[in-house]
Write a protein that binds this ligand. Sequence first.
Ligand code: HPA
Length: 271
Amino acid sequence: MVATTLEKHLAATANAIRAAFRVDELPKTLIVLGSGFKGFEKAINSSKNIELGQLPHVATPSVQGHGASLVMGSVDGTPVVVMTGRLHLYEGLSAHDIVYPLRALSQIGVKRVLLTNASGSLRSNIPPGSLVAINDQINLTGTSCLIGPTGKYFGKQFLDMSSAFDAQWTQKICLLDKTIVRGVYAGVLGPAYETPAEAKMLAGLGADVVGMSTVQEVIAAHQLGLKVSCLSFVTNMSGGLGETLTHQDVLDLVAKNQERLQSILIQTVGV
Ligand code: HPA
């Protein structure tokens, strides 16, 4: 897509969001909810809601209909916008498609984004149930939202990624809950989970947790000049390291930790 077409599409998407929310500008803080963090939108006061799939030019997932929406409102008096789900590469979408909503939101006032996700752990000292503040990432998806002619439309195409995660904001978030640990996130394509050999390789590369999202959003947000922070909830050990968890075990773990995760997100909006 050439820049002028993209420009028109983004303007149409931004206008549709403005019209639906009846505002010119959105709150400056965006929170993107990954698995494990869903339900946080219920903590938002006087919220207004738009289905992401109803916005013009937002890609529709071909594999899973997540029913993601944008919710705008406030938490303890601080305005916030929340995306209740995200698009993934494994749904058959391009890197450009999956960061498109973020790019549209940045055009209408979003200045910082907290990305949340679920991950598998690569370290025995980061067991399921841990919450990890991501302080660096390894993009192993084999693609980038900066490739091609539109890669330089939003900023530098050869982007400096040496400080993509905002250290100050992340530090403030870590102070909210002393159990949060820091770690490196490996972003893979999925959708199959890692083999034991892949999990071993990822640990050897320096990753602490692995997941199938987020890395493209971090690149796009950093290129746009947004402050970025990322919290990852560990649902399992990757590649069969440690004990095997059933899907029910994962759901139980998420349910057990829901209040704690929601409380951290509520406090994050204000720091
Ligand atoms: N691997 C990749 N993605 C994941 C995992 C995992 O073990 N757990 C949750 N998302």
